[in-house]
Design a protein around this ligand. Structure first.
Ligand code: ZN
Length: 486
């Protein structure tokens, strides 16, 4: 009875009070929840100060008190005492829902479930813009209030440095950008997807993702998002009498819902880990397909699945069935030598050598994506050089290789965020995934694994014409039935 009374009492406290507008449920006073979390962290002696770093890599010391600010979208000065609060949305779970989560980076383990705040929950059948705008109507005023008013930390007011986290489609939706499939797919810069016969002048001016670390995209700015918010007050670009050209809207096609400085958008370290690991394994299958044709590629794909299962020690189920902190990808990266050995028996030596070199570079730098502790200036420089070497090396070695938006973010933007904030892992979307009881990271990785095995049925595979050469390499027997997946 006493416990029941305590629970009832706790539910009525400001930090826990929730409401519903009929469509979703959310915290009434998120500031109270954030302040309670910080209070708890300080009481447990787990609160850690976080400082931004300057161009020289040195931490900038905060000396000024916060007394409010007029503009929510303008980040507070690095001289002002602040706390780093991450806001993100995630779609998933057993019941299709859109969860909003707040995490605080001023602690050692910001992504663990007990250290993060479930801000709200909306049913989410599809990602249409109208539904998303309704969700934003609930969250944005609260987030702006946090940024202009700050939070109380032990009796003194501190600024809130807001960092946006989450899966790419959700992060792009917040700024009126339609995601990875549009002409300028990057959320951080203007680089175009690739050079075509028609867009040469545009590529020269705005950059080209296929140039790897030398994409030369022009950084996006908060001012541009502000201008687009004004331009689309009455509707998106398609509804304008004279639609804005690409060079003016830079692929921002509708009103940004939350104005945030692009340097304060986390480069989605969890989804980089997941997506790049998957595409890297796929690249091996593509290499066999390119050199030896579909039958050999099919045999390689099956053998790769066995190697991953028995040589590396990862399996799609049940091992991947729960949310984990990128550990499976880390395991694959640590034991990539068995994958390299397998590929070497299928492709020419120079391609196997290039794949092997890329494997080593990926394995060396992958842990940086999940590290929640501080990286040194030397670590950041090595990460920047290593990720550039990784992507540029793959571009050189494999003529059909495409730099995806995730690879572009890895080699062009992740190190800039790391240099400024000192860590990628503590600004990770892992904090969102842990709220999915059955979904999240494990489910995503499993889907990636399934795509890998289904690759050869994928009609989208197209390569330059090539006559397949016969090979004397022995085709391994097909895998046992339990490895076959529909
Ligand atoms: Zn970019």
């Amino acid at each position: 009875m006493a416990l029941r009374n305590d629970l009832k009492k706790a539910a009525t406290e400001d930090r826990n009070r929730t409401t519903s507008d009929g469509a979703g449920a959310y915290l009434v006073i998120p500031r109270a929840a954030v302040e309670a979390l910080i209070f708890y962290l300080r009481r447990q002696d787990q609160f850690v100060e976080r400082a931004l770093r300057g161009a020289d890599g040195l931490e900038m010391v905060a000396t000024l008190l916060f007394d409010g600010q007029v503009s929510a979208g303008c980040p507070p000065s690095s001289a002002i005492h602040d706390v780093h609060i991450c806001f993100g949305l995630d779609k998933g779970g057993l019941i299709s829902s859109c969860k909003a989560v707040l995490t605080c980076a001023n602690q050692l383990h910001p992504s663990s479930r007990g250290n993060s705040i479930l801000y709200g929950l909306f049913p989410c059948e599809k990602d249409n813009r109208a539904a998303f705008a309704c969700i934003a109507e609930v969250y944005v005023p609260d987030l702006d209030d946090l940024r202009t008013g700050g939070v109380d930390v032990s009796g003194s007011r501190r600024a809130v440095t807001l960092i946006k986290i989450g899966e790419y489609a959700f992060m792009t939706s917040w700024v009126g950008h339609e995601g990875a499939s549009i002409l300028m797919p990057c959320l951080w810069c203007t680089a175009l997807r690739r050079r075509t016969q028609q867009n040469g002048l545009m590529v020269d001016k705005w950059g080209n993702m296929q140039n790897g670390s030398r994409a030369r995209g022009v950084p996006r700015t908060r001012d541009h998002f502000d201008r687009m918010a004004v331009a689309y007050t009455d509707g998106n670009n398609r509804k304008r009498g004279s639609p804005m050209p690409l060079e003016e809207n830079l692929s921002i096609e509708s009103r940004p819902l939350l104005i945030i400085d692009p340097t304060h958008v986390s480069p989605m370290p969890l989804h980089l880990t997941l997506g790049i690991t998957g595409s890297f394994l796929r690249l091996g299958i593509e290499a066999v397909y390119f050199n030896e044709g579909p039958e050999r590629a099919s045999a390689y794909a099956m053998n790769l699945s066995m190697t991953l299962r028995f040589g590396v020690g990862v399996t799609p189920k049940p091992y991947f069935g729960r949310a984990l902190e990128g550990r499976q990808c880390q395991t694959i990266a640590r034991r990539l030598s068995s994958v390299v050995e397998l590929l070497a028996s299928y492709v020419p030596a120079e391609e196997a050598a290039a794949y092997s070199a890329a494997c080593h570079t990926w394995a060396e730098h992958l842990p940086v994506l999940t590290r929640t502790g501080d990286s040194s200036t030397e670590d950041v420089t090595a990460f920047q050089a290593g990720t550039a070497r990784f992507v540029d090396g793959l571009c050189r070695a494999f003529p059909w290789f495409t730099v995806t938006h995730k690879l572009h973010v890895l080699c062009c933007h992740a190190s800039k965020f790391l240099r400024r904030f000192g860590s990628l892992g503590r600004y990770s979307e892992q904090g969102l995934e842990v709220w999915d009881e059955e979904g999240g990271f494990g489910e995503l990785l499993e889907a990636e694994f399934a795509r890998l095995l289904a690759l050869l049925q994928d009609q989208r595979l197209t390569w330059p014409e090539k006559s397949w050469t016969s090979s004397t390499t022995t085709v391994l027997p097909p895998p046992p039935p339990m490895l076959r997946r529909g």
